[in-house]
Ligand binder design. Structure first.
Ligand SMILES: *[C@@H]1O[C@H](CO)[C@@H](O)[C@H](O)[C@H]1NC(C)=O
Ligand SMILES: *[C@@H]1O[C@H](CO)[C@@H](O)[C@H](O)[C@H]1NC(C)=O
Ligand SMILES: *[C@@H]1O[C@H](CO)[C@@H](O)[C@H](O)[C@H]1NC(C)=O
Length: 627
């Protein structure tokens, strides 16, 4: 009976999806604006190099991206301008392809070496595990010939008992068109990195001796800041910009940011702007820059085709907060930006070639390598069949089709079980950042497992018998102490309001324009025309800071338990201790008070394993219908 109902629901979903497919018309695209220096930007790829198999909007793999770069380089040559390619960190933690290898990210790093990046910077995910950091240091960074930047990151070296620079502090290079670039690379400072990682806050970084070296530089035409840091509301970035403006009052500054997984563009002043290019290989960012006086056409062609704009702008009063200077922005011809959807059709559109000419030798080779790697990691083997789509930020957290709701109400209580304590009242508490994506209806395998939750090192511990007077206030403080979120990714990823009409995505009424599909609709400092593909917005709901499954707990206040077991992951323990100690007003709880709670002989007891364990028991292994 249950199965039949499921099948009915499933086929209904398929029908609805098919209808959507018919209703959704062809895409409408905006042209890119080319400048003198142009940049293709990736960030927060988190291992999605094989593309999004279930989502046509982001379906290209890294090989197709490389073909795209090849064609864009060709175009740049024809237009007689410069094209750079930049990445701003967090290369892995997010798919089976990146995280099933040992060390995690080692295969994807090898694949990424085929992308002709001009500048790269580390992200926080390069710095969580000593083996990842070491592998990146020895086997990835040397491939970039001094263009892997880590201005504020050092790595502890056991042999010499000292810290060595993780990447270059800065790089200076000339483009083919005579633009001298000073490039810096920062990771927004965070705690929670491994002991080997030292990430200096901006204040301290700017006091280092190498900063004095760059202050002396006189012939810099463009400052390129590659930052694993959001382009808006980052006090560290503000500090850096203020400081740079003091030394380089008139130099154009282009920031490329990341970390918070959104599309965004910030205008700091007439000659400084920042681009942030989303997440998970959904977005290729495009930044173009005009008005570089040193730019020389290599064919000695007149500059009139790409005019150089003179600047009469008064210098900005930098005692004011940098971010307030948006108002001063008067000359939009200096910068332009686009957010390119990561798919073949879009790549072809912008690179102006025919489909059959699109794949380059380098690109096809890389696509093959990715496909082989996926096979070798058994990513194609089915683990289970998801009965419906479980949404991520696009559905309310408490909706029955929310991935968070699935974990909170089903997966945690039904998989994280300790025989000796399962009958006792307990809370299973996980930070929402532990869940990274939704699950599509249909067959899924190891890749999807990691896409939902990549934290395979995260195992579960218990703090036994915590008195009720502490526990009762815990949910409030988990949400409001701010502590669960600060070491984590921000929980608001898109800047659309939470209150978006949720039926927008599923509506069958015709969109206003005949040619609009659902996807990103970005509002940034430059306006609403940044997305290369015109979309209707997908709603976004705040996920909050944590999930809590309350097991065997009667919430009737008169019948509350006297004490409650708290179960959580290694990652959350220090944060939970902090909050608990705040609640009792002294340092009562330490790491040593937590005991192992969930351990399996087969080793499948981490956050990543839960979905598979659950699917094995409660879902069909193979999908009985075709999608
Ligand atoms: C770091 O990586 C290098 C090169 O892969 C390896 O030889 C060395 O043993 C690693 N060190 C640690 C501490 O893992
Ligand atoms: C979900 O949460 C919101 C806000 O707390 C609430 O208004 C709504 O009724 C809840 N919906 C469900 C299905 O529980
Ligand atoms: C159950 O919890 C107890 C207490 O923490 C622990 O000693 C034991 O190893 C756990 N059992 C399993 C199978 O994880």
């Amino acid at each position: 009976m249950r199965n039949q109902l499921l099948k009915f629901l499933v086929s209904l979903t398929i029908i609805i999806q098919n209808c959507l497919g018919i209703v959704l018309p062809q895409t409408l695209r905006r042209e890119l604006k080319w400048g003198q220096v142009n940049i293709l930007h990736t960030t927060d790829m988190h291992g999605w190099l094989a593309g999004h198999a279930h989502d046509k909007r982001y379906s290209s793999d890294l090989g197709e991206f490389v073909s795209f770069i090849n064609h864009m380089k060709q175009l740049a040559e024809e237009k007689d301008v410069d094209l750079l390619v930049v990445d701003t960190g967090d290369l892995h933690d997010g798919t089976g392809l990146s995280d099933l290898t040992n060390p995690p990210g080692s295969w994807t790093n090898d694949l990424l070496k085929n992308v002709p990046y001009d500048v790269l910077v580390a992200g926080n995910h390069e710095l969580y595990l000593p083996i990842v950091m070491n592998d990146t240091y020895h086997n990835f960074i040397p491939s970039w010939n001094g263009r892997y930047l880590a201005s504020n990151v050092d790595m502890y070296d056991e042999k010499t008992d000292t810290y060595t620079p993780f990447g270059e502090k800065y790089a200076i290079f000339d483009t083919p068109h005579n633009v001298r670039i000073l490039s810096l690379g920062f990771v927004g400072s965070f705690s929670g990195g491994c002991n080997e990682a030292r990430v200096l806050p901006m204040e301290i970084t700017l006091q280092h001796s190498w900063w004095n070296e760059i202050r002396e530089l006189e012939d810099i035409d463009l400052i390129l800041i590659a930052g694993h840091i959001p382009v808006h509301d980052s006090s560290e970035l503000d500090q850096l910009l203020l400081k740079l403006r003091k030394e380089f009052p008139d130099t154009i500054i282009q920031v490329l940011g990341g970390h918070s997984h959104i599309r965004d563009y910030a205008v700091y002043d007439e000659k400084a702007a920042g681009l942030q290019s989303g997440r998970y290989c959904e977005t290729v960012g495009w930044a173009s820059i005009q008005g570089l006086p040193s730019f020389t056409s290599s064919k000695a062609r007149s500059n009139s085709f790409y005019p150089v704009f003179p600047f009469f702008s008064p210098l900005i009063d930098y005692s004011k907060k940098v971010l307030e200077t948006t108002l001063y922005f008067t000359n939009p011809s200096v910068f332009s930006r686009s957010y390119i959807d990561w798919n073949r059709k879009g790549f072809i559109y912008h690179s102006n070639v025919h489909d059959f000419n699109f794949d380059t030798i380098e690109g096809s080779k890389l696509s093959h390598q990715i496909a082989n790697a996926r096979k070798r990691l058994n990513l194609l083997d089915p683990l289970g069949c998801s009965p419906i789509d479980y949404g991520f930020s696009e559905v309310p957290r408490n909706a029955s089709n929310s991935i968070y709701h699935l974990f909170e109400t089903e997966i945690f209580p039904k998989t994280i079980i300790n025989k000796s304590r399962k009958h006792l009242p307990h809370y299973i508490i996980i930070n929402t950042g532990g869940i990274r994506g939704g699950l599509q209806q249909g067959s899924f395998g190891l890749d999807e497992l990691f896409q939902v939750s990549p934290f395979k090192g995260n195992i579960f511990y218990v703090l036994k018998d915590v008195p009720w007077f502490i526990v009762k206030n815990l949910p409030y403080w988990l949400e409001h102490s701010g502590y669960l979120s600060i070491y984590d990714e921000p929980s608001t990823f898109l800047d659309t309001p939470n209150t978006f009409e949720k039926d927008l995505v599923y509506t069958k009424s015709k969109p206003k324009s005949e040619q609009v599909s659902y996807g990103y609709q970005t509002h940034d400092d430059m306006g609403d025309d940044g997305d290369d593909t015109i979309h209707l917005p997908i709603p976004h709901y705040d996920s909050g800071n944590y999930l809590c499954s309350k097991v065997n707990v009667d919430l009737d206040l008169d019948r509350h338990p006297r004490q409650v077991d708290l179960v959580t992951t290694e990652f959350v323990i220090p944060r939970l201790n902090y909050i608990l100690n705040k609640l009792v007003g002294k340092s009562l709880f330490t790491k040593e008070d937590w005991n192992l709670y969930f351990w399996r002989k087969d080793g499948r007891h981490s956050m990543t394993d839960l979905l598979a364990l659950y699917a094995e028991k409660y879902w069909d292994k193979e999908c009985l219908y075709s999608t």
